[in-house]
Design a protein around this ligand. Structure first.
Ligand code: 5GP
Length: 143
């Protein structure tokens, strides 16, 4: 799916209007058109990739640099003291726009992100095996 123009590409290019709050060489941020709360902001890499794991290190670093700054600005502008940062990957994970984006969602008493969280438990042997598999994948990727 990556590489196809998305609605966010068109917003970045200025073909579709948005309430822009920030832009640099790699990052664009604007208000969500259907906010869950006042100040709901989307932070988007200019690199057109659908999923977080596809991003270049350069884009990832730029997003990482901009996100906390944008969170501080959203808190200051809205008066919120709590917020969620949400980043969905894949339609099964509630991703609607196939262009990487981070939601900054201020949390007020009623407004904001609702979370369904249903934890299971991690068994010792299975955890050891899984952590090893993830470490192996990281080692493989860095070769
Ligand atoms: P997702 O479910 O993919 O993580 O979230 C996509 C977000 O993009 C939604 O919160 C939706 O309201 C927002 N969105 C979709 N189209 C537009 C648009 O044209 N303009 C703006 N500002 N936000 C959009």
């Amino acid at each position: 799916m990556s590489g196809e123009a998305t609605i966010f590409d068109r917003i970045i290019r200025g073909e579709i209007p948005s309430h822009k709050v920030y832009e640099d060489d790699h990052v664009f941020a604007f208000l969500d058109i259907s906010p869950l709360s006042k100040g709901h902001t989307l932070v988007v890499p200019k690199e057109s990739k659908a999923y977080l794991h596809e991003l270049s290190d350069e884009s990832a670093a730029a997003i990482g640099r901009a996100l906390p700054r944008l969170c501080r600005a959203v808190l200051k502008a809205t008066g919120a003291t709590a917020y969620n940062v949400l980043q969905n990957n894949g339609s099964a994970a509630h991703q609607a726009v196939l262009h990487v984006h981070f939601h900054i969602i201020p949390k007020f008493s009623r407004e904001g992100l609702g979370i369904g969280w249903h934890p299971s438990s991690l068994e010792g042997e299975a955890g050891k095996e899984l952590a090893g598999a993830i470490q192996d994948a990281l080692d493989e990727a860095s070769k």
